[in-house]
Each structure stands twice: as C-alpha cells, then as structure tokens.
Write a protein that binds this ligand. Sequence first.
Ligand code: NAP
Length: 285
Amino acid sequence: MNVYIIGIGLIGGSMALDIKAVHPEATIYGIDTNKKHVDEAIALAVIEAEGKLETIGTADFVIVSVPVDVALVILPQVLDNIGENTIVFEVGSTKSPICEAIAKHPKRRNFIATHPIAGTEFSGPLAAVRGLYEGKTNIICEVERTAFKLQEKALDLFKAMGMRIRYMDPKSHDKHIAYVSHLSHISSFMLGKTVINKEKHEQDIFDMAGSGFESTVRLAKSSPAMWTPIFRQNKLEVVESLEEYISNLTQFKDLLINDDYDAIFEEMESVNRIKEILNGMNSKR
Ligand code: NAP
C-alpha cells in the first residue's frame, strides 16, 4: 500500500503514524515545501521517504494536510496526477471553499472532504503523535460525490484509526465550526493579547497566572500561518459568531457596572450546564 502525505505537520504526520500502526506494510511518502520538516519526518520515522507530485499515480491514499489556502491550489494538481483507484482526502478546517474549488474536476469522485476534529496547538512533524485520532470525530462532507468503492476504502481506514464518522454539508460544517473552534481560537488569542499588553507594566500578572489562565490561552500558541487563511475563508461565519460573543461580553460588563450580582450568578449558573454537555459528548466517544 502506497500512501502520500502532502504537508507533513501535526495533522498529516499524526495520520502517517496511525496508518503505519494499522497497516505496517504501507510505504509512506511525504511531500512538503519545508525541507527541514521532510528531514525531521524521515528521522522520526513519520515517513519512509520524500515523494514527488509526479509519482502519486501509484498511490492508494493521498492525504492533503496543508494550510487551507494552499489546499485550494494543490488539490486540483493532485487530482490531475492520481490513478483511477487513488482516494484523496483533505483535512482542512474549512470545507465550503475546497468543495467548491474541485466541484467540476474530472476526478471529483476520487476525493473525500474531511475534517478530523483532533489537534493540538503545536505544528510540524515534531508535533505528530500516534493515537491523535482515537475516539475523535471525523466530519465528512458531500460523501455522495465520492465514488462508493473509494468511500468504503477511506471509511475503513478512518475506523481502523478509531475515528467516529459524522456526515454534514460543507456550509453547516463551516457555520458550526466557527462557534466551537474558530471563535475559541480568537477568544484565546485576544485574552493572551489583553494580558500581554497589561504585563508590560505589571510583571506580577505572570507571577500570579495559574492553571486556569494557562488552559484558557493554550490555543493562543497556535500557528498564525495556519489560522489566518481559516479566518479569511470562513470570514462571514466567524464575524457572526464574534458579534454574538462580543454582545455577551458587553452584557456581562453592564451587569457588573450595575452591581446586578443576582443576574451575574444566574448567568454563570446557566452556563454551568456546559459540564453536562461536555460529559455527554465524552461518554458518546
Ligand atoms: P502544520 O503542522 O503547520 O503542517 C502543515 C505542513 O504543510 C507544514 O510542514 C508546512 O510547511 C507545509 N506546507 C505549507 N505549504 C505547503 C505546500 N505548498 N506544499 C507542501 N507542504 C506545504 O499544520 P497542521 O496543524 O498539520 O494543519 C494542516 C491542516 O489541517 C490545515 O488545513 C488545518 O486547517 C487542518 N487541521 C488542523 C488542526 C489542528 O489542530 N492543528 C485540526 C484539524 C485540521 P511550513 O511550516 O514551512 O509552512
């Protein structure tokens, strides 16, 4: 089995490790514009060798795991070069632009649009971890547009990696993901900014920062190169989610200014049910 990973970072590298674990016979090739990442991936045994776009005609699987703006350019080139039985999947955090970009490509039926809901704030092959996808959801869009035989091949692989499958149309994906992922990242980045700006004058802030602060700003360590094109591609949905979030922040500030502590208590108590929601989600996994 030949597997090509284009973009051997956290997501592609972790896929390579999991595929090798479930298919030890697989030969995994990596393609990446970052030479250091190719060398690191070989040294870490994330991939066996460097591959070339011109030779992906022999691939059983091609995984496109580059920033979402790059994927729009690379995916049509990949589809131009694959064989009849190759299945290509792209793992980006937005789904409408990529589905639209290849909608009319003659090899559309060799492509499956996915978004594995798994990751960390780290990048590159050094961040790749085995078992990243175990128990995680993989969102698949427009599955009916992928050839049935190839769908089965991809689903068998995802299930062998321990992923749960959820089907969704690209627009719904982009709308929902704006709230649970894109907004969380902006919130974390801007909390980090607020504290960094204040710290210029008050060194004590960092001496006092505890695990609550650290877990809330964890996502602010994420790569701007990966996140800028995501915000650009999902701008309308992200702006809508931001407006609702800013309105909630303003409302909370007003309650405080007005000394309305009963309302503040009730506000927090009603949001406490996030515990049950998240517990329910985890027990389903
Ligand atoms: P990453 O760790 O930065 O890996 C991406 C790799 O692609 C890097 O080695 C990058 O090199 C390389 N690259 C950039 N342009 C390229 C090109 N033209 N050709 C070949 N390689 C190229 O990023 P990641 O976190 O794995 O994210 C990859 C994709 O997964 C993104 O579309 C993201 O939206 C999606 N995703 C991410 C997460 C997450 O939590 N991180 C979760 C789910 C999905 P440079 O570093 O030199 O740019």
